[in-house]
Each structure stands twice: as C-alpha cells, then as structure tokens.
Write a protein that binds this ligand. Structure first.
Ligand code: HH2
Length: 410
C-alpha cells in the first residue's frame, strides 16, 4: 500500500517505517527542551533525516500525563518557524504535525507539513481540514484528556473497544475522502495491563485494514514493566516492543525518539520477513459428518445410553503443496482421521462435547509426538480443527445445529 503525503509517497511493505519525534516544547516527557529553540529543532530534523527517518512528527504541545493544554497562539508560535525552516531545507522526508487543534493543523499544512497526527482521534473538523489539504491523518485513541487520563482508566474489553473506535474513525475518514492511519495510543488513558493487552493483540487493529502507527518510545509503561527504568534508559525496552510489533507485521509506522537504532531494526526486519518460508498453498485433509456413538451429556441419564453425534475433523498439514508427494505416505489419510475419531468417541464417557472434541484432537496429536522425527504422516500435522454436533439435542431445541468446535496445535 502507498500513501501520498504531498510530494512524497510512503510505501508500506515488509519493513516498518520510522517516524522521528521532534517535540518543539519545553516540557515533553523525554525530549522536553532539546528542540524548543527553532534552530535546534531544524538541526534535529536534519539529523533524523540523515539517520534514516521515513517521516518526522513535529509536536508543540506536550501530552504527557498531567500536562496542561497550550493555547493556539503559543502552539503556532512554536510550530510554524520550525515547519517553514525544515520546508526550506527540502529534506525529502514528509512532515506530520502532532496537534489536536484543527486550526493549528490547517496552518501547519499551509506552512509545509504533509500529514496530521491527532491524539484526539481526528474528529469531523480535523477530517475536514485534512480533506481540504488532501493530507492523511493519524487517528489515535485516548481515553479522557492528558491532564487527567491516567487517574482511573477503565475498559470492558480494551482491545475490542479500541478496535471498534478506530474502525469507526477510518470509516469517518472514508466519508471525507481522507486516508486514516490508526494508533492505539499507548499510555493515553491506559494502565500497564491495558497497554500490554493492546500490544499483544495489535493484529486485531491490523484487521481494520488501515496502516497501524505505534508510539511506545521511552514511555512510562516500560518503567513499570521493567521494574524502574529512567526515561533515558528505555531504548532497549522500546526496541524490544517495537521489534515484537514490527516482526509480526502488526505495526507499519514506529513513532520513535531514537531514529538510528530503529532504522537498523526496520532494515533488519525488512531483510528477514520476505525470506520467511510461506507456503504457497496449505494442504488440508478432512473428514466431515463422521457418525459416532458416544455416552455423552451432563446428566447420568443422558450418559446411560450411547447417542449419535456428528463430528468434523480437519487437519492442516505443515508441508507445502510443492514439497508434498503425490503419495498417501506423505499426507494424512482421511480414513485414519475418521477411524480415530470414532474410536475416541466410543471409548469412555463425556459430559461436554468440547471435552470430546479436545480428546479427539489430543489423540490424533499424540501420534504426532510419538512419531516425531519419523516419516509417518502424523508428524506433518500443523493444526487440527474438531467440531462435534449433537443432532438429537438440536432436534429437541428446534435448532439447526448445536455443538462445539476447537482448534488444536501441537
Ligand atoms: N505519543 C505522544 C505524542 N503523540 N501520537 C501518536 N500518534 N501516537 C503516540 O503514541 C503519541 C503521539 C507522547 O509522546 P511524546 O511526543 O514524546 O511526548 P509529549 O507528549 O510529552 O511531547
């Protein structure tokens, strides 16, 4: 996927893009004061471009927990000289403006910025500004506002809530003809647990179908996670979390203070990911609607007599289609899958259909470990799906089907 940012094009592919953070503030949590003077900020941008930043994010209002808002006049007084100064240098790198004020974004885009980064999620007014300039927008999730957001963050299901919120922002962007990138807003109204749940499940955000931006750089959750690490010593933790997200393909843009080490990270991942052996095609072997007799049910009466069950079992093979032989010895025999399934169902008693499904999978799986290293077809199973339905119970309930399904991996 490509993203047009004024005269620049960002290509999302095997390697994550590195977004350098340039805070032209006196009070940002990690680089406050460093780039406050316009000359220092412009020099900082030059250095980031030389170190391999793919884009540079310029912010003039600290959003650290507890930060007081900055008024528009002050924000623009900080932003504009820096954006104009960098624009003159023609660094060949798109600039994004980190602001939640539509009017500040408007002025920054007119002065030479190419993209908006909005920690408040890019509402309608911000999307209108973006549409007018043809600029992409990063919509970040935040619960509350910086001054108070860390007091008592609360979610039911943090991953689902943020995924739904960001998906809605992407849909709103589409209505305005604006490309929206999504960002879970690590540290913005989130506890350590919330941040970790989000980082572990970024693939859920990836499913929205928009590029994912991740800002973990030097943040305080690393301090809590690693047991007391001051802000200037959080590079290793930052690299580790970014490597996790990028190697798994969950993050497209890494928003970071330390450009050079992250460019190395991005290049390394870019070299490795395309080499990963991805099967051209998976082989799946299945037997469906296997009629089994089993003593199954939550009450003793139900278990007194065997009843009919229907079982589907599907094995995904670890071999690639290309290296698999056209020979039963190189695959899984569906007759064996059906036979084993019937044998397990007929043996013993079960209260729950999911327990039976697990036993079937485990039995087939045990053959995997017994023959590991050998050449029997069983050690070629990568995963199994087993589905057990009870036709008798479905009839009684007036349902089409009732039952349970499990996914099993060795
Ligand atoms: N984090 C900060 C600011 N802006 N934007 C996005 N999209 N994602 C983030 O995670 C994010 C962000 C906070 O970091 P920083 O800019 O370094 O600090 P401060 O807000 O104190 O200036």
């Amino acid at each position: 996927m490509e993203l047009v940012c004024g005269p620049h094009t960002l290509a999302f592919g095997e390697r994550p893009l590195v977004m350098g953070v340039l805070n032209v503030t006196p009070d940002s949590f990690s680089d406050g004061g460093t780039f406050h003077a316009p000359e220092a900020a412009i020099e900082g941008a030059q250095r980031m471009a030389a170190e391999g930043a793919d884009l540079i994010d310029i912010g003039a209002e600290s959003t650290r927990p507890g930060a007081e808002p900055v008024d528009m006049t002050e924000e623009l007084a900080r932003l504009l000289p820096v954006i104009e100064g960098i624009d003159c240098l023609d660094l060949g790198v798109p600039l994004s403006v980190d602001t939640a004020k539509p009017e500040a974004a408007d002025r920054a885009l007119a002065a030479g910025a190419h993209m908006i980064n909005d920690i408040s999620g890019a509402g309608e007014a911000m999307l209108e500004v973006a549409a007018r300039h043809g600029a992409p927008v990063i919509a970040m999730h935040m619960q509350g506002e910086p001054r108070t957001m860390q007091r008592k963050p609360r979610y039911g299901d943090v991953v689902a809530e943020i995924r739904n919120y960001l998906a809605e922002r992407v849909a709103a962007g589409r209505r305005h003809g604006v490309e929206v990138l999504v960002d879970p807003g690590i540290g913005f109204g989130k506890t350590l647990e919330h941040n970790l749940d989000l980082l572990a499940n970024l693939d859920e955000l990836k499913r929205i179908g928009a590029p994912v931006v991740l800002g973990v750089s030097r943040k305080s959750f690393l301090d809590r996670l690693l047991g007391g690490v001051p802000v200037e010593e959080r590079l290793h933790g930052t690299l580790a979390v970014n490597a996790w997200a990028a190697a798994l393909g969950f993050a497209d843009v890494l928003r970071v203070h330390d450009v050079e080490p992250h460019r190395q990270l991005a290049e390394s991942i870019g070299a490795l990911r395309p080499r990963r052996n991805r099967p051209a095609a998976r082989r799946r072997v299945f037997a469906r609607g296997i009629v089994c007799r089993s003593r199954i049910g939550v009450t003793c009466e139900e278990r007194a007599e065997p009843q009919d069950l229907l079982v589907d079992i599907e094995a995904t093979l670890a071999s690639e289609a290309g290296d698999a032989r056209d020979d039963l010895a190189g695959t899984v025999d569906y007759a064996a899958l059906a036979g084993l399934t019937q044998a397990v169902a007929g043996r013993g008693e079960y209260r729950l259909v999911e327990t039976l499904a697990e036993r079937i999978a485990a039995d087939v799986g045990r053959r995997t470990s017994q023959t590991a290293g050998g050449s029997t077809p069983w050690n070629r199973i990568e995963s199994l799906r087993v589905r057990v339905t009870k036709p008798g119970a479905a009839r009684e309930l007036g349902a089409a089907e009732v039952g349970a399904e499990i996914d099993w991996r060795p």
